[in-house]
Structure formats: C-alpha cells, structure tokens
Design a protein around this ligand. Structure first.
Ligand SMILES: Cc1cc2nc3c(=O)[nH]c(=O)nc-3n(C[C@H](O)[C@H](O)[C@H](O)COP(=O)(O)OP(=O)(O)OC[C@H]3O[C@@H](n4cnc5c(N)ncnc54)[C@H](O)[C@@H]3O)c2cc1C
Length: 305
C-alpha cells in the first residue's frame, strides 16, 4: 500500500515525488514513457530559475529525475490505465501488469501541443518552429516571427512577441477569431503586428533553421511566403486527462482538470498538478510549483484523516 501515487513523470510529477517522499510518504511515480515529459523535447531551457546557463530540456529533466529519487520515491515505467474506487479511502491504480493500492493520488499527466502536420514542421521544431512563445520567443529578439492561430493564446503570443521582435505576422485560417474581442483589439492596434486572415500555413522551409513560412489564402488560393526566423504554432494544447474523465473528475470544457488553490480535484484524496490542470501559465516552473503544492496538500489530507 502506497501513501501517494503520482501519475506522470514530467516536471510536475517529479517535483511532487520530491515533496511527497521527503515528507515521509511512501511514494510511487508512474511514467508511461520517459521521465521529463514535454520538457525533454525542449532544446534549451532559458527560463528555469537558477539554471541561467540554459541547460537542454534533457539535462534539466535528468537533474529533476535524480532529485525525485533522492528521498526514496519509487518509480515504474508503466501506464496508469484505470483508477478503481476513486472516492474510497483506498484507491487502486491499475496498469497493464499491476494494481497498486494507495491512499492519495496526484494526477500529473500533462498535455500535448497540437501540431499542424505540415512539411518542415517536425524537421524544424526547435530550430525556429515552436509551440511556446513564452519559452522560445526571447531567442528571436529583433527578428521576424510568425504566429499561427486565432485564439487567445495566438493573440497573447503575438502581443508578447511584438515587445521585442522586429515584425510579427499572425496567420488565421478564417475571418473569424476565437480570441476575446479585447485581446483582438490590442493585436489590431499593435503596429508591429500584421494580421492575415483566410491564411493557412502550408510548409516551413529553411536550411537547418527556419527561414520561410509558406502560406495559402483559402479564399483566393493565392500562395506566398513570409521570411521569418521563428514560427509559433498556437492552435491549442490537448490535456492528457482521459483517466480523469474516466472517473468523473470535474474538468473545464477543454478537458483540463479543475482544482482549488490546494490543487484538490472534485474527488477527495485526488490532486492534479501541472499542464493537465486549469492554469493561466504552462511552464516547467509552474508545473514544478504545482507538484510541490499538490504533494503538500496530499500529505496534509493523509495526516488529518
Ligand atoms: C516544445 C516545447 C518547448 C517548451 N519549452 C519550455 C521552456 O523552454 N521553458 C518552460 O518553462 N516550459 C517549456 N515548455 C512547457 C513545459 O515543457 C511544460 O509546461 C511542462 O513540461 C509541463 O510539465 P507537466 O509535468 O505538467 O507535464 P508533461 O511535461 O506533459 O509530463 C507529463 C508526463 O506524464 C506522463 N503520463 C501521461 N499520462 C500518463 C499515464 N496514464 N500513466 C503514466 N504516465 C503518464 C507523460 O508520459 C509525461 O511524461 C515547452 C513545451 C514544449 C512542448
């Protein structure tokens, strides 16, 4: 029997493992692939406090992993497929091979940015093509950048980038925007941002790093390209919260888990941390902070039972 089981070995899960095991809890972390989650795919992490020499995502994740195991947390590479008896004091996390009993669960299963699926996207990811303006924008100071999308995130990205990029071009697939009007008004009022509607990105091109974004006008079928060093794809992020839905946890309309300020979910003894939950910012530092809060809340919950 475990005190706390953590589902997911990304920044949130590994931070939760540090706090839970250091707090004297018998802790198990389940990870379906490799520890580190999305952060492993980041070439350079330039914004995690203390690591000012910008480690690769892999290096930072390896340091997290070492730390996560330091205080006796156990870790297995298995996928949590089911949570049995979620509302009972003893819950069971089921994988293909095993069933683990636990008194509390932290869901830190993360999320995945949506991809466009166009030529050059995979090849130039991390070399100009990015899914996170907050993470990578600063590498493109005084350069031209393209933002693809028409929702709130795309608008926020464009406004953020216009603070230091030379020009920002925003491509939206139709004339309608999903973004709030106030944000859109700011985008249209910003002299450094040029908005193209009815425009879809068709291809990314560059020799080792992004140089051009090819696009097509969906109304006229006219094609062209924009010279740019960076392209930020902001067409949404999908939470990995199938398990949460399976047990009826409350989520927002986009599937992110709802929590209170202690990161407690709608079921007693189940907490959520990191990108999988409703949050205004999804970064390594916020995921790590969430892991700490969720583990601390789970410890208090168990101590008060
Ligand atoms: C390309 C890219 C670049 C980024 N760059 C930066 C950056 O420079 N700085 C920054 O701060 N942030 C960056 N981010 C964002 C940052 O990586 C995330 O906010 C952070 O990793 C979220 O951590 P997490 O632990 O909540 O989720 P994730 O990193 O998504 O980790 C979740 C983990 O849970 C596992 N998992 C899911 N379901 C299960 C299951 N059922 N059973 C077992 N395991 C499961 C997954 O395999 C995964 O390892 C970047 C993101 C991307 C995609």
């Amino acid at each position: 029997m475990y005190d706390i089981i953590i589902i997911g070995g990304g920044a949130a899960g590994m931070s939760a493992a540090i706090y839970a095991s250091r707090g004297g809890m018998k802790t198990l972390m389940l990870e379906k692939t490799a520890c580190g989650g999305q952060a492993v795919r980041t070439y350079e992490v330039d914004n995690y406090p203390g690591f000012f020499n910008a480690p690769t995502g892999e290096e930072l994740s390896a340091a997290f992993e070492k730390h996560a195991m330091k205080f006796g947390a156990e870790r297995v590479f298995e996928t949590a497929r089911e949570i049995k008896n979620p509302a009972s004091p003893v819950k069971t996390v089921v994988t293909r091979k095993n069933a683990y009993d636990t008194r509390a669960i932290i869901i830190a299963s993360g999320a995945e940015p949506r991809h466009l699926g166009i030529p050059g996207e995979n090849e130039l990811a991390g070399a100009g093509v990015s899914y996170c303006a907050t993470c990578d924008g600063a590498f493109f100071r005084d350069k031209d950048a393209v933002v693809i999308g028409g929702g709130n995130t795309a608008c926020e990205d464009a406004l953020y980038l216009s603070g230091f990029c030379k020009n920002v071009y925003m491509l939206n697939r139709s004339k309608r925007f999903k973004a709030q009007k106030t944000l859109l008004d700011k985008v249209f009022a910003d002299k450094r941002i040029t908005v193209y509607t009815d425009m879809i990105a068709e291809r990314f091109e560059g020799n080792g790093k992004l140089e051009r974004v090819y696009a097509k006008n969906t109304e006229t079928s006219a094609r062209g390209f924009i010279n740019a060093s960076a392209a930020f794809i902001a067409i949404g992020i999908t939470p990995d919260t199938g398990l949460a839905k399976q047990i009826g946890l409350e989520t927002c309309e986009r599937g992110f888990i709802k929590t209170d300020m202690y990161l407690k979910t709608s079921i007693d003894g189940i907490y959520a941390a990191g990108d999988a939950r409703v949050s205004p910012l999804r970064q390594i530092v916020t995921a790590a902070a969430d892991g700490a809060v969720a583990a601390n809340s789970a410890i208090n919950y168990l101590n008060n039972r």
